[in-house]
Design a protein around this ligand. Sequence first.
Ligand SMILES: NC(=O)c1ccc[n+]([C@@H]2O[C@H](COP(=O)([O-])OP(=O)(O)OC[C@H]3O[C@@H](n4cnc5c(N)ncnc54)[C@H](O)[C@@H]3O)[C@@H](O)[C@H]2O)c1
Length: 285
Amino acid sequence: MPHRGGRLQDRVAFVTGAGRNIGRAIALACAAEGASVAVADVDGDGAERVAREITDLGRPALALRGDASDFADVDRMFDETEERLGTIDLLVNNAYARVGTTNWASFLTVEPADWTEFVTRNTDMFFGCTQRAARALAIEERPGAVVNISSNGSDRAHRNHIAYDSVKGAMDAFTRATAVDLAPWGIRVNAIRPGNIQIANEPDEVWPGEQREHQGSQIPMGRPGTPDEIAAGVVFLGSDDASYITGQTFNIDGGLLTQGRSPQVEFVTVYTPENIGPFSRRLRG
Ligand SMILES: NC(=O)c1ccc[n+]([C@@H]2O[C@H](COP(=O)([O-])OP(=O)(O)OC[C@H]3O[C@@H](n4cnc5c(N)ncnc54)[C@H](O)[C@@H]3O)[C@@H](O)[C@H]2O)c1
């Protein structure tokens, strides 16, 4: 990505889940705007690769292998970032951890233990990182910004994605609540809700190939978004261009939520008593 203009010149950005896809694009965009970037991911190889891409742009980067849902690990990663790059001015809570039966399954078949693990890990990530970043800024009496990567699922239901939508709804509420609490310290907190973003397919991807294309054709702008288009929103919200914006959630979705329904529901299995499988036998005894 070309260097576009120094909107984050000499700031320090910390991006969770930055080892691939949307997090990678955010980390690269922050670097292109002049930031030093801490690239944090449980996937240490991914973090290393992205950090190398950033140093190739001529900006300082730090690859951090660590678990953003583990408070002790968050402390360790922040300590190392502060030591090597300086106090973090911009935190991007982008990481999201998949857990067992919570991923694209009927509400009826989500295992309670998986629900607990999913909700705990994913909410601990944005709580722990935000508190650690805000405490450091408050102690130094420095302004700063947090950008949370939410989802359109926080506002309109995906089918078969109960745990995910619930956590993203919590993230939007957390965004508003922390924005109000942290405003006196000059720390702004906002969220972005990506729509359908074209990313590298996962092995368990529910919308491979032609489904994504068809889905794209139902989005008002006629296509899925790109990770760079999400990253552009993060740079804006993280920079002084957004100096009077806090507590907001922004849809970057090609108009998806503006229309009456989500095209996602067209493609995901509608589970009924007839096709739900083993659970159905349990229901019938
Ligand atoms: N891709 C989309 O269409 C889309 C749509 C709406 C919202 N989003 C949101 O955007 C964000 C990024 O999405 P993506 O599609 O790039 O996801 P992804 O799964 O491709 O990448 C997530 C990254 O987070 C890392 N990660 C997972 N658990 C972690 C942990 N405990 N600590 C540190 N890192 C961890 C993973 O290793 C991975 O590199 C997520 O919050 C997701 O909910 C994505």
